[in-house]
Design a protein around this ligand. Sequence first.
Ligand code: UT7
Length: 318
Amino acid sequence: MRYSKILGTGGYLPEKILTNNDLEKIVDTTDEWIITRTGIHQRHIAAEDENAVTMADRAGRVALDVAGLKPTDIDMIIVSSTTPYMVFPSTACLLQERYGIAGCAAFDLNATACAGFMYGFSIADQFIRTGAINHALVIGSEVMSRVVDWDDRSTCVLFGDGAGAVVLGPSSEPGVLSTHLHADGTHKDVLYLPLGNNKTPNLESVKMMGNQLFKLAVNILGDLFDETLEKNNLQKSDVDWLIPHQANIRIIQAMAKKLEMSLDHVAITLDKQANTSSASIPLALDEAIRDGRVQRGQLLLMEGFGGGLAWGSALVRY
Ligand code: UT7
């Protein structure tokens, strides 16, 4: 059997930090409201000369280094971003040019929002599993600070910037056990980011029906966990780590409860990084691997959920 396996991870966070207290000076909010309702204490904000490409570059190089690979070993670059530097060339192509590896497949996933990383991870897994390629670099890179309305307290407090990267490669042992992708466009109105009809900038700002989205997230992710574990004939108690999308601590708590798992076994970066959309899962995974919590051989359940609606999961033997 041929599987794909996580060979390396990397992350990048911009230097500038915006705290909840800083936000109190921008919109009518309080540190207490943000912490109680979301679990967020601070977020990183990209500098003017940073963008999805520069951040993906930094995270990707770390992941390659950890994997012990050179850029020339990569056969496919997938970048998920709702905030790409350009519509085209893709962030992945701009990254490929920086890495000097012209020729390999490179593309962006930009329509899957916060679930984008799970979509990219799943695509890379299929290509490696079938033997079509050997190594894939999958990155989530987001400059959410450029697409939030800084006058809208209900959304601007939620997001942050950053990039996370994973290198996947072939293995005769598991590896990625299964991935699961879904979408439901009937919920298109609960979370969306419209184009600005050729105005400059050509994007408007994130619109969210937070309360409805919250309930959808809890129900959908609960079913997703059942589907993922059933597919592999595994029990909740087999999962060592939950690596969730970081949207709201209350959603994460509900997911840990669903898995009958202590929060000590959940990778949480939300407090320091807020919701970095498609970068949040690889960033959380990278931190938990880097500080030694996640160990080789352990079973990881990764999940993402976002605008579309689109959602996905992966069960991974790290
Ligand atoms: O990454 C993609 C997936 N994202 C999600 O799944 C997000 C899901 N939704 C959520 O995380 C939560 O719904 C939010 C954090 C967005 C909002 O929390 P909530 O507990 O659902 O609050 P709410 O929207 O029901 O608002 C409660 C109150 C409102 O005031 P009234 O109408 O009760 O007087 C809001 O106006 O809180 C008010 N409010 C705020 N107050 C202070 C909304 N934003 C703020 C704020 N500061 N920043």
